[in-house]
Design a protein around this ligand. Structure first.
Ligand code: CA
Length: 221
């Protein structure tokens, strides 16, 4: 009888302990997935799509050499544009990140040159760059050359001054603008790309459209 009692008590203790561990682990995982409150980056002189007085501001930190950024631009960005940017709820800014060395730098110099010449044309060139990025498995291959950048510009933003663009890439004419972006990356401790900040909240998973959408809705209230 005593043995039986002891066994039952032991079973209860084990069950409670396991349940506690499960609940605790779940809580830790949940907090891992939570979005982090951060400072909203300064978007002065950054390409910004949408209405200037939009109540919600999104900043994307991206790298033209990063496959995740290509995927974000092709999958999440169009949805955002359709649901929130076109109707004036959201404005979206883009900041360059240079995690893939010389090619990231070259693409950033070019994008800043296009933006400087024609802010409206920036987004066509921006999308053209990501479209030109080779499929994920070959992303380590070198593809960002001055020639390639000029070719993309010719196709997507034919009205800009291509000689000026070439000069800005080859002679690093837009280095100062790229440096401002690098400072933002440091200031906001950006560790991966794409990083997406919605009204001062760093989204844990930038591909979680529901999470982004929830943050936007919160900002619209
Ligand atoms: Ca910039």
């Amino acid at each position: 009888m005593n043995n039986k009692k002891l066994m039952i008590i032991t079973i209860i203790v084990v069950v409670v302990a396991v349940a506690a561990i499960v609940i605790l682990t779940k809580k830790i995982n949940q907090s891992d997935q939570e979005n982090v409150q951060v400072e909203q980056p300064n978007i002065e002189n950054q390409p910004t799509l949408g209405m200037e007085d939009a109540p919600v501001s999104i900043v994307e930190f991206g790298d033209y050499k990063c496959p995740g950024c290509k995927a974000w631009t092709e999958r999440v960005f169009p949805q955002l544009e359709k649901d929130y940017i076109k109707n004036g709820d959201v404005k979206l800014s883009y900041v360059n990140v240079l995690f893939h060395g010389d090619e990231s730098f070259r693409a950033a110099l070019a994008s800043e040159s296009v933006f400087k010449q024609d802010p409206e044309a920036f987004w066509d060139f921006h999308e053209g760059l990501y479209q030109a990025q080779p499929a994920t498995q070959q992303h380590d291959e070198k593809w960002v050359t001055t020639e390639k950048l000029l070719e993309i510009a010719k196709e997507t933003v034919p009205n800009i001054d291509l000689d000026q663009l070439e000069k800005d890439i080859e002679e690093q004419g837009t280095k100062a603008e790229v440096s401002i972006d690098e400072q933002l990356v440091q200031k906001h401790n950006i560790e991966s790309t794409p990083s997406v900040i919605v009204n001062g909240v760093l989204v844990k998973d930038p591909f979680d459209y529901e999470a982004i959408s929830n943050l936007i809705e919160k900002g619209l209230k």
